[in-house]
Design a protein around this ligand. Structure first.
Ligand code: SAH
Ligand code: SF4
Ligand code: F3S
Length: 469
């Protein structure tokens, strides 16, 4: 068989999987694999999977069915296709995945994918499936190449922390990603500088519990996330810093202060609350009450009055009464969210909540989800509409679909289509941070025009964030 040369990586799930997929591409580039966005063109397909809800996990199997057909067509024509499964389904199901989907050649967990080159060789030698779902003692980060495989996006992800020790009773992450571990600050700063040197202008620090970050500092002392953000802010050409996902319990005073003091830290925070009922939060083992959440939001808003919040919600957790659900709606009304994700509770094998009494019927979950989503949609539409007429700094990320149009984001992570048809050629490019006036709001994006500065050129924004009118 000739050596496979093109790899297609399909990513499901959270941003940490997006980051991992990029690392997988980098890892395999020196082995002679070039990435392709076209599955038909690929010699190797890797599905980087998510196990968080049943639907997410099931998607993987339908995808594997399609890949098996593609392989059969290839084999009929004398070719072949190698199929790999990485990520959280690989970790959670391991050899059970191979039983259900024997067409899979390689199974590799999220903490072991630095061993992919070795697994590929093992598979080529034995012609049987190769599996690695260890949580190795060595950190994958120490084994991954430092060279970027491709230019990063203007807005890049950087994983600083992984795993989770919280054990919310509904959640698979502590099992699929393992225990909380933080990367050393120096490695993160070096990776950030590489990204910025290659063109990134915004970095989102990632972790399942990113605000629990406690990594070794350069002198061996422990750094928290606030200290890491402070050090990153000193990289000149880096204009914006974000971090996700935070647990309400770990949002300490230093991080709140960073929101007041670090201009490059964007005033937008994803802070999942899950439920507005203390009884449900207790059953979820969230280790915070609704009052804790309220106080944290108050502290953040005192530090940074324009901060916008986003959250995750689960409806229909076992035992959730009508009154509990009403309490969630009331908390949403009270806090006000710029954006949110909400889900029906999905029982996950091996988690405590899956065997709790009081599982709710699906139609009740659906009704509650629809009611919550209607309220959240009203809030996010109101937040979008309230930005119309404002002057805001926008980081341009890519050209738009229409001539003269660029797409960027506000500090609050809203997508903005900036119309700059009269800009001089080369005047505005992705990576520029400019001031715009928001002219209209649509469901998922805003429209804006650049403010004119001297000589009619677009007005640059002086800071990572400018407190505009
Ligand atoms: N670490 C983050 C969330 C990780 S999972 C945190 O602690 O908030 C992303 C979101 O998926 C969760 O916030 C939760 O709302 C949702 N989720 C997790 N497990 C789920 C399940 N079993 N059913 C439905 N939604 C779930
Ligand atoms: Fe899952 Fe809870 Fe950990 Fe978030 S904090 S990853 S919801 S166990
Ligand atoms: Fe999914 Fe794993 Fe992320 S379960 S949400 S891909 S950590």
């Amino acid at each position: 068989m000739t050596e496979p040369r093109k790899i297609h990586i399909k990513t499901f799930g959270c941003q940490m999987n997006v980051y991992d997929s990029e690392r997988i591409a980098e890892l395999l580039a020196p082995q002679g694999f070039a990435e392709t966005s076209d599955v038909e063109d690929a010699d190797v397909v890797v599905l980087n999977t998510c196990h968080i809800r049943e639907k997410a996990a099931e998607k993987v199997y339908s995808e594997l069915g399609r890949l098996q057909q593609l392989r059969r067509r290839r084999q009929a024509a004398g070719g072949d296709l190698l199929i790999g499964v990485a990520g959280c389904v690989a970790q959670a199901e391991g050899s059970a995945l191979l039983e259900r989907a024997p067409q899979v050649d390689i199974v590799v967990g999220p903490q072991a994918y630095h061993r992919l080159p070795e697994l590929l060789h093992r598979h080529a030698r034995s012609r049987s499936a190769a599996l690695d779902t260890d949580f190795p003692l060595e950190s994958k980060f120490d084994r991954l190449p430092e060279e970027l495989a491709a230019a990063p996006d203007i807005s890049a992800f950087l994983t600083v922390q992984e795993g989770c020790d919280k054990f919310c009773t509904f959640c698979v992450v502590p099992y699929t990603r393992g225990a909380e571990a933080s990367r050393p600050a120096a490695a993160i700063l070096a990776e950030a500088r590489r990204l910025v040197d290659a063109g990134a202008r915004e970095i989102t620090l990632l972790g399942q519990n990113v605000n629990a970050y406690r990594g070794a500092g350069p002198a061996g002392e422990a750094w928290d996330l606030a200290r890491l953000i402070g050090a990153l802010a000193e990289i000149d050409a880096l204009r914006r810093i974000r971090y996700t996902t935070s647990h309400p319990r770990d949002l300490g005073a230093a991080l709140v202060a960073a929101h007041r003091e670090v201009e490059k830290l964007m005033p937008f925070l994803h802070l999942p609350v899950q439920s507005g009922s203390d009884a449900v939060l207790r059953a979820m083992n969230r280790r915070h009450t609704t009052d804790d959440y309220r106080r944290t939001v108050e502290r953040l808003r005192r530090a940074r009055p324009d901060i916008a919040l986003s959250s995750d919600f689960i409806v229909g957790f076992p035992g959730e009464s009508e009154r509990d659900f009403r309490a969630t709606l009331a908390l949403v009304e009270e806090i006000g969210f710029a954006q949110a994700f909400s889900f029906k509770y999905s029982p996950r094998p091996g988690t405590p909540a899956a065997s709790m009494r009081g599982q709710l019927k699906d139609h009740l979950k659906s009704e509650r989800l629809a009611e919550l989503q209607a309220l959240l949609a009203r809030q996010s539409a109101a937040f979008q509409a309230a930005t119309v007429g404002r002057i805001l700094p926008v980081l341009l990320e890519r050209p738009g679909r229409h001539p003269g149009q660029l797409v960027g984001r506000t500090p609050y992570l809203q997508a903005v289509h900036v119309a700059a048809p009269h800009a001089r050629p080369g005047d505005l490019i992705p990576g520029d941070l400019i001031e715009v006036r928001i002219t209209a709001s649509h469901a998922h994006s805003l429209a804006a025009e650049p403010l004119a500065g001297r000589a009619g050129a677009a007005r640059r924004s002086p800071q990572g964030y400018a407190a505009c009118a």
